[in-house]
Each structure stands twice: as C-alpha cells, then as structure tokens.
Design a protein. Structure first.
Length: 318
C-alpha cells in the first residue's frame, strides 16, 4: 500500500491549508484526455469530481473532450493556465525531440503527476466477418484508430511490425463514426485504444456480435521488440458481451502530466489522487492496476511540487 500518512503529511496539510486560506482565489485547472465515448474521458470526469470534492472547491476542474494524446501533447506546448492531460510517455519523447507534429511548443515544461491505467489495443471486427487473426486483415478495410491519434500511429506500427501494413486498406475516419461503419458493413474492422473495459465497445457488443482479435505469443514478442514500452495484457473473457474467450493483446503505459501548474496545486492533486485511488477503483476497476512503481515509466521530470512527496515514499524517476 502506498502510505500517504508519512512522512510528507505536513507538506500535504500545508498545501490544504494554503488552499483553504485562498478559497476566494480559486485555482482553475483544465483536464483533457480523450473523446467522450472513451474510458479515459470517464476517468477525467471522475478525477475532476474527486479534485473538486477533496479541495473543498478551492480547485475548479474543467473537463474538455479531446481527439486523443497527440492533441493533448500539442496543446501542452502552447496552452496558458493550469493544464492536466494524459498521454503515453513516448509522445512526450517525440515532443522533446521536435518530431512531427510537435515541431513548435514549450514541451520542456511538461511535468509528471501520476500514472494512469494503461492503453489497451482493441482490434475490433464483426463476429461474422471470418476474420480471426491479424493476418486475416490482409485485403480488408480497417480503420486504424481516429485520424491523427496515438492509436492510429500505434496500430500502424503494429501492422508494420507484423508485415500486413501494405495489405490493409486504412480509410481516414474519426473514431466516433467507426462503430456505425462496422455495423453497416462499410468497413471490416477498426481499432480503438483505451483502458479496458471500453464503454464504446461494451455498448457495441450489446447490440452487434463482435470479435476482438488476439495476438499470438510470437506476434506479441515482435511488437515488444519493436516498441519496448509496450507490454502484454489479457482482457478477461466476458469483459465484452458475446466474447467468451480471453483476449491476448497489447498495452502501453499512460501518465497524467501538467503544465503551468503551481506547486501547491500539484501536491494537492497528487496527494488526493493516491488517497482516493482505491475508492475510485470501487466504481471503475481500471484504477486498481495503477501503482506507484509505474511512476518511473512516465519519462518527464516529476513536478517540483510533488518530488518530495514521491521521494519520501521511495519513488523517483531513476
């Protein structure tokens, strides 16, 4: 258990007192993660409610919808005002290196707050499609995630690694339109990348028989060799309606990061998060897998306001 009661409790109490004394000058924080149909948007709403309650209204969170992690990182480089956003750490690496589409922006100011549930790759097809493996996608039409999103980039890299990239047609389409396109046989499948269970797929599987493709062990090993940040994950049978076998797929770490956030706000949010994580997991189980040992995977420097908090609990970015 991550002990919140020692030894930095004085700092946490001090931050809380500072907020209590400055209630008239409320701190506004924008929270941004993903589209409204994704599990990460649900997480942001839950985090916003928790932050508002735990700060006694001293921190006023606003949850904004997003096209995904690429947009979040791009905005982090140019937004003003306190900003909390989610992304896989490799996109921050790309931003710091000035890789497309992050050629402009102050990405050096991005700071780590806490880990988020991992992104799970879902490759979705109709149950009656005859598609049972990734190789079966050759010659098919498959939406590899929303246009310009991390998911699209990740799935394209997976297809390249597995040798099917040149044999799959990938129409440009926003992810919000993918379920209807699949239902109407306009495409053979689509990818969605979000923590599981994904609300969009739970809704879809309740009305349309679907299959979520598994990778075999050789495929998963090849994906990890090409992207060491990825890991193997099993989605349990029964997670989605009509799917009675485990789904062997891939996952990628995700973090919550901040820009333009003062030390007291960062400490108040981080301490409230760890204090509330178990309670949040009772409502949404994906929080149960978030542990402090994931912090070093997040890459960006710890926020100056929380470095001592983590250090006193044996957590560092080393």
């Amino acid at each position: 258990m991550f002990d919140l009661k020692a030894p930095a409790v004085a700092g946490i109490i001090g931050a809380a007192m500072a907020f209590g004394g400055a209630a008239e000058a409320q701190t506004r924080v924008t929270l941004k993660s993903a589209s409204a149909t994704s599990s990460y948007y649900v997480m942001m709403v839950q985090l916003g409610e928790m932050i508002l309650e735990r700060s006694g209204g001293a921190i006023l969170p606003t949850v904004e919808e997003s096209q995904g992690s690429v947009q979040n990182v791009a905005e982090a480089g140019r937004r003003t005002g306190a900003f909390l956003f989610t992304t896989p750490p490799n996109l921050i690496d790309d931003a710091l290196a000035g890789n497309a589409p992050f050629e402009r922006g102050n990405y050096e100011a991005i700071r780590t707050l806490f880990p988020m549930p991992f992104i799970t790759v879902h490759l979705v097809v109709r149950a009656d499609s005859g598609i049972n493996t990734v190789s079966d996608l050759a010659g098919k039409s498959f939406i590899a995630g929303g246009t310009g999103t991390f998911c699209q980039r990740q799935v394209a890299a997976i297809f390249e690694t597995l040798g099917v990239a040149d044999r799959v047609t990938s129409p440009e389409m926003e992810l919000s339109g993918a379920p209807a396109a699949l239902r109407n046989n306009q495409v053979d499948g689509y990818a969605t990348c979000s923590a599981h269970p994904t609300p969009q797929l739970q809704e879809l599987s309740a009305t349309l028989p679907i299959r979520i493709l598994s990778f075999d062990e050789a495929e998963r090993d090849a994906i990890i060799a090409a992207n060491p940040g990825a890991g193997k994950v099993t989605v349990a049978a029964g997670t989605y309606g009509g799917i009675d076998a485990d789904i062997e797929t891939m996952a990628v770490p995700v973090g919550a990061y901040a820009t333009n956030m003062d030390d007291a706000t960062a400490l108040a949010i981080v301490s409230a998060f760890w204090d509330s994580r178990e309670a949040m997991a009772e409502t949404n189980p994906w929080w149960a897998g978030v542990t402090p040992d994931l912090v070093p995977q997040l890459g960006a420097p710890l926020h100056e306001g929380v470095a001592a908090f983590y250090a006193e609990r044996g957590v560092s970015m080393q």
